[in-house]
Design a protein around this ligand. Structure first.
Ligand code: SF4
Length: 263
């Protein structure tokens, strides 16, 4: 097969996977993406080992966050591009204390092009505010995949692997002090594990040398409020570790404590 023929077959398989959805999307696989260079590799020589390596032509300025968003907006690497209204690359400050990584955009995010803007987003903002964090001042929020999976299903493994290079670039560029991962898909993808979030949460892990705290996704907390206490414990651990590293943040949390706005 020549490149055009392979791409035609790949498009057919992507479309089938998207139509079947869920577990079926996991089954439909193909092995000839070698002819389709991911956009994050397009600026430099294609090299399988370079896909997630920091040696790639890394963006070096805040403007390059926009450049990544531009590449995401044009991306057709997986079937999710066919059903999206908007891509959701992420938002926040360019040098965050904490990078928050969720799973995938939902309906509200798909409509707005912004991460965590629905009810789950409101809860996340409230959770962050209680430990002196905010996407406006000291956090960056992104997702494992940048396009909404139909019917809010979990992203399939071929979709997370197709999209992962964008997230890796964002982490390399942002260099957050800590990472907070939200939900099952995020933790499993970042930590390359099959262990579920109920067992992972509350324990420090690491991604690319950056300390990572896995916790429940706000959407899950909206469905099961009994888990909010556990999520709060995780946030307190994050807060305590960050306060030891960053003096300004420590002073902010102390101020919150004095004002009794933090439990
Ligand atoms: Fe591209 Fe990621 Fe969207 Fe798939 S989910 S089309 S890889 S941006």
């Amino acid at each position: 097969m020549n490149v055009a023929q392979k791409q035609a077959v790949a498009q057919f398989l992507d479309k089938s996977a998207s139509y079947l959805g869920g577990a079926y999307a996991e089954i439909v696989r193909y092995e000839f993406k070698d002819d389709v260079i991911p956009p994050w590799q397009s600026e430099h020589k294609k090299d399988a080992s370079a896909e997630f390596q920091k040696t790639a032509a890394l963006p070096t300025t805040a403007n390059d966050l926009k450049k990544i968003a531009g590449l995401v907006a044009e991306c057709t690497l997986c079937a999710l591009h066919r059903t999206r209204l908007n891509t959701v690359p992420g938002e926040g400050v360019p040098h965050p204390l904490v990078m928050i990584i969720g799973e995938a955009p939902g309906a509200d995010e798909d409509k707005s092009g912004r991460p965590f803007v629905g009810a789950a987003g409101a809860l996340l903002d409230k959770m962050l505010e209680s430990i002196a964090l905010s996407r406006k001042t000291n956090c960056f929020i992104a997702n494992i995949v940048k396009c909404r999976p139909p019917e809010n299903r979990d992203p399939a493994s071929n979709e997370t692997s197709s999209c992962f290079g964008f997230l890796q670039k964002q982490v390399d560029l942002l260099k957050p002090t800590l990472i907070l991962s939200l939900g099952n898909v995020s933790a499993k993808t970042l930590l390359k594990t099959e262990t579920g979030i109920s067992r992972l949460r509350g324990n420090w892990e690491e991604f690319c040398g950056i300390p990572l705290m896995p916790t429940f996704h706000p959407s899950y907390l909206l469905r099961d409020a009994s888990q909010k206490a556990a999520a709060w414990d995780d946030l307190k651990m994050l807060c305590a570790r960050l306060a030891k590293i960053d003096g300004v943040y420590a002073a902010q949390t102390e101020e919150l404590r004095r004002a009794r706005k933090i439990v």
